[in-house]
Design a binder for this molecule. Structure first.
Ligand code: FAD
Length: 328
């Protein structure tokens, strides 16, 4: 049995100081819906848990420039059903509500959602090699059953995917993650928050030791007219995405003023390429152009056998999501 110390953080500063100034394995705990499972499977073995639910991070606030800050400990359910999120960022509401179950969304927090870990079977099975769980041990998924694994941005060390639906919508919306650490506060654009696996798949985000997510900032532009979150999975609920697409359009007649496409279930992080989106601005919103964008976004996609089907599936899902967004 492992001894674990548990404390309730009274303020942000002391939480950060405790987590950032020790050699021990410290984890913040939000809803506990992922961390406690990982501890039960002995995938994660922290020495210390810091409960952050009493910190002043449980509100959704408007920003001066018309955006919104989602507190880190606001639950996924309260976020999805918040009046301003439903009205101005329906893409985000839809993505959150496509995830997990009502009970889980009532517990899961926004910070914990971004930090949730992969659902790779070999990561959870401590009898198998996994570079993410035990650096240097190998990747059992490469030659194993890899139906749910990555087709983009993977490496010879890890082909796991990031499982969050919320993060995919946040990527399309150009959200910013607000963090606090011993060196102060900083803002990390969502596309720079999660990392590709490279040769350090155990480093999943660009958070530094002890840094705490305090909130997620949404810019004013919410694409509330033309959006779609399309999640393809094995069952219609309570299942992670095989492929998901967050699509958002700003249209002037049938001309594309702005276009965003982020993919989930296909990489170690939400997959989005703003430079490709730019090429399609001022073009006609048409199936032909959506297919061309999908082709470019999936350039370099590689299957590992069981997940080869994800490449054509992703292409079709992108086109369908953009078409749904256009027709809304
Ligand atoms: C059966 C099941 C099905 C699911 N299906 C889906 C799905 O379809 N789609 C989907 O997106 N998700 C799904 N989930 C995952 C669920 O969304 C996550 O478990 C949840 O969002 C994690 O939030 P939490 O607050 O419970 O995190 P916790 O379990 O409390 O923490 C998770 C990690 O985040 C860290 N952490 C928490 N808060 C902070 C913070 N503020 N700053 C820094 N680090 C922090 C913790 O230290 C820990 O490492 C499912 C989960 C289960 C159990």
């Amino acid at each position: 049995m492992n001894n674990i110390s548990f404390s309730k953080a009274q303020d942000i500063k002391s939480a950060i100081n405790t987590a950032g100034s020790t050699e021990k394995e410290v984890r913040y705990i939000g809803g506990g819906t992922n961390l406690l499972d990982l501890m039960k499977y002995r995938v994660e073995n922290p020495d210390q848990l810091i409960d952050i639910n009493h910190l002043d991070l449980s509100e959704i606030k408007s920003t001066d420039d018309g955006g919104l800050v989602l507190g880190a400990t606001v639950t996924n359910a309260d976020t999805a059903y918040h009046e301003k999120v439903e009205k101005n960022y329906p893409l985000l509401s839809e993505a959150i509500l496509a995830a997990a179950s009502a009970q889980l969304r009532n517990m899961a927090t926004n910070g914990g959602n971004l930090m949730q870990r992969t659902r790779c079977y070999y990561f959870y099975d401590t009898s198998m090699p996994c570079n993410k769980r035990l650096p240097g041990s190998g990747c059992a998924a490469l030659e194993g059953f890899n139906r749910i694994h990555a087709i983009l941005g993977a490496s010879e060390h890890c082909i796991a995917t990031h499982p969050s639906d919320m993060a995919v919508a946040l990527a399309a919306l150009d959200a910013t993650v607000l963090v606090s650490g011993k060196e102060g506060e900083r803002k990390i654009p969502i596309l720079e928050f999660h990392r590709l696996p490279g040769d350090t798949p155990h480093n999943e985000t660009n958070l530094k030791k002890g840094e705490l997510i305090t909130g997620i900032e949404l810019p004013k532009k919410g694409f509330s007219m033309h959006y779609a979150y399309l999640k393809v999975r094995d069952r219609p609920s309570y299942a992670f995405a095989l492929v998901s697409v967050a699509a958002a359009l700003e249209l002037e007649g049938d001309k594309i003023e702005d276009i965003r496409v982020a993919l989930g279930g296909v990489a170690h992080k939400p997959w989005r390429k703003p430079e490709i989106e730019k090429e399609f601005q001022q073009m006609t919103a048409s199936r032909e152009n959506f297919e061309a964008l999908a082709k470019k976004l999936l350039e370099g996609a590689t299957g590992y056998g069981d997940n080869d089907f994800k490449i054509p599936l992703a292409k079709k899902t992108i086109v369908r999501a953009l078409t749904e967004a256009m027709e809304k």
